[in-house]
Design a binder for this molecule. Structure first.
Ligand SMILES: C[S@@+](CC[C@H](N)C(=O)[O-])C[C@H]1O[C@@H](n2cnc3c(N)ncnc32)[C@H](O)[C@@H]1O
Length: 218
């Protein structure tokens, strides 16, 4: 039997090669048939890097949005901590799965595409969480997706980005596609400013960046 990661690489490669770089997410969730072990990023618990950051108590506002929320654990965690949370994903099956997992949740789960944001969401959120969505898209989309994420952040809002990190000379092969500092500078070009940039290296080879941004004018 093919493991979840191999299946993810196969599906994403096939969709990307066919010119549909966002279509594989729905295909993956739909064919998982409710089995989280078929979704490589599904931990069924909030991301430890999010939890550790939240424990610092730095969040200023109340209205939060979770980008590419997957199975909803980070969104639920934010709601538990008193935030008013919207969480969206391009995959209908992922959102249906969130609603099934958390039937009484205060989180507003929505099917939405980052590339076609609702006008009402622009500049509307005090806290925006982006973890692992950018790296799941082909690098050619980075210059488009980063400004879209920045658009969600309110004038006095904060954005937390968590992603795999790499040096420019490190080759990109298949998903996940780690980001460079230069690519992340797109957030600054979009009007945000990095308050803290953490370069986190885990045992083995996984390198992650965790960056807090706010509005340069704030
Ligand atoms: C690698 S997963 C990460 C999920 C979750 N954020 C986490 O940290 O576990 C990327 C998620 O982004 C969603 N996604 C990809 N492209 C998207 C888009 N254009 N708009 C909204 N969600 C998107 C996928 O469906 C998937 O759930």
């Amino acid at each position: 039997m093919t493991d979840a990661f191999t299946r993810t690489v196969q599906l994403s490669t096939e969709f990307i090669e066919n010119g549909d770089p966002l279509g594989w997410f729905e295909a993956l969730y739909a064919t998982a048939n409710g089995d989280p072990t078929a979704v490589p990023w599904a931990r069924l618990t909030a991301n430890a890097l999010v939890l550790e950051w939240l424990d610092r108590g730095l969040i200023r506002g109340k209205k939060a949005i979770v980008i590419g929320c997957g199975l909803g654990d980070d969104a639920e965690e934010l709601a538990k901590r008193g935030l008013e949370v919207t969480a969206f994903d391009i995959s209908e099956s992922a959102i249906a799965w969130c609603r099934k997992r958390f039937p009484n949740s205060p989180v507003s789960y929505q099917v939405a595409d980052l590339f076609a944001l609702l006008e009402a969401w622009k500049g509307a959120f005090d806290f925006v969480l982006e973890s692992y969505t950018i790296q799941a898209m082909p690098p050619e989309l980075r210059s488009q997706v980063i400004p879209k994420i920045a658009e969600l952040v309110a004038a006095s809002g904060q954005l937390l980005v968590i992603c795999r990190g790499r040096e420019p000379e490190q080759p990109l092969t298949t998903v996940p596609f780690p980001l460079t500092r230069t690519e992340l500078a797109g957030f600054e070009q979009a009007g945000l400013s990095a308050v803290e940039f953490e370069d986190l290296c885990e045992p083995e080879t996984v390198r992650r960046f965790r960056i807090l941004y706010d509005h340069a004018r704030f």
